[in-house]
Write a protein that binds this ligand. Structure first.
Ligand code: FMN
Length: 335
């Protein structure tokens, strides 16, 4: 069990929950770059937590705070049980996924289809709040399928605020189309409507409204922050972590520590990878290195870095020194 008594920063910036991407190794790396942005886990279903290997789904590095667990589920009792487990594990927030459009998730009756079941969501949020002291938040879309009207998301948020005292909403500013689009297409094709999210903040000034979707640079973040309380970044924070996040603490949290560089990051990642490999619990270099590919984004030698860190035979040696060798190959570290 890990508990924290640290004062939590505001959710001005956060890194989105991303299945297969924002695992504990990615989050460890992200935390070296930004000390304050909130980090979200991959979605974990209530079924997996209740019946599966908890340690596998919940383990995180102490440095990751503030860290939020995202749950997928719709049964109030199961959600409450999982929220309690998350709190006991030391998570700082539990977030309910009401935005994922995948068919698999729809069969389990959760994710984006919950936008049509606001009563169920309210029951779930209330049940979680009843058993934990950490924040219970909701991540959702602005509508599903052909629901184009602003009133859809307004009523969803209004109902949860009123009936479940939910205070924090993370709004992916596009619809989810439940039929006919893959999850990937559902992050690209339905148009972004940032004005709907801005309007939410105007209509519910006392709620904490975070915007998500399509953000790729700090100028966009600064612009959004004129209208809402926070910005959640997904793909850009994954594909170009240093370019995207290195300035965040200085620009948005008024913390002017030394900006993280690849040169300074490599030794930290090397020690971290070494520790996991030595622990001999099945974590392999490739489980960690796959998240490091984007670190060279925009640099000379970016391709060489990516090539070395995705080379099956080099990774197969399972030796963390590969990170140093890649750093030398691209001229970031001295030979
Ligand atoms: C690979 C991948 C996996 C994702 N998994 C989840 C997830 O588990 N839960 C969730 O709420 N959203 C998930 N998303 C959606 C993101 O959280 C985010 O809402 C979306 O990517 C839009 O933000 P962006 O344009 O900044 O990437 C995922 C996105 C990607 C790219």
């Amino acid at each position: 069990m890990q508990m924290t008594t640290k004062k939590l920063p505001p959710r001005t910036l956060s890194v989105a929950p991303m299945l297969d991407w924002t695992d504990r190794h990615y989050r460890h790396m992200a935390r070296q770059i930004t000390h304050h942005a909130w980090l979200y886990t991959e979605m974990v279903t209530t079924g997996a937590l209740i019946h599966g290997n908890r340690e596998r789904f919940l383990a995180f590095n102490e440095c990751e705070h503030p860290v939020a667990l995202q749950l997928g589920g719709s049964d109030a009792a199961d959600l409450a049980q999982c929220a309690k487990i998350a709190e006991e594990y030391g998570y700082d927030e539990v977030n309910l996924n009401c935005g994922c459009p995948s068919e698999r998730v729809q069969k389990g009756a959760f994710g984006a289809c919950l936008m049509n079941e606001v009563g169920l969501v309210a029951d779930g949020v209330k049940a979680m709040q009843d058993v934990v002291d950490i924040d219970v938040t909701v991540k959702h879309r602005i509508g599903v399928d052909q629901q184009e009207d602003y009133s859809v998301v307004r009523d969803f948020v209004g109902h949860l605020a009123e009936q479940a005292s939910c205070k924090t909403f993370i709004v992916h500013a596009r619809n989810a189309w439940l039929k006919g689009l893959s999850p990937k297409e559902n992050r690209e094709i339905p148009p972004l409507k940032y004005d709907y999210v801005y309007q939410l903040k105007r209509d519910f000034p006392d709620l904490e409204i975070l915007i998500n979707g399509g953000v790729t640079d700090n100028e966009q973040i600064a612009e959004h922050l004129k209208h809402v309380d926070g910005v959640m970044v997904g793909r850009a924070a994954y594909h170009q972590p240093l370019t995207m996040m290195a300035q965040w603490d200085a620009l948005f949290y008024d913390d002017h520590h030394e900006i993280m560089s690849l040169e300074n990051l490599i030794p930290v990642l090397h020690d971290y990878a070494n520790m996991h490999i030595q622990a001999n619990k099945g974590t392999l270099l490739r489980h960690m290195a796959r998240h490091y590919l984007g670190l060279s984004h925009g640099m000379n030698g970016a391709r060489q870095w990516r090539r070395m860190l995705s080379d099956a035979s080099l990774l197969g040696q399972n030796n963390a020194d590969l990170l140093q060798q890649a750093g030398m190959a691209v001229g970031v570290l001295q030979a």
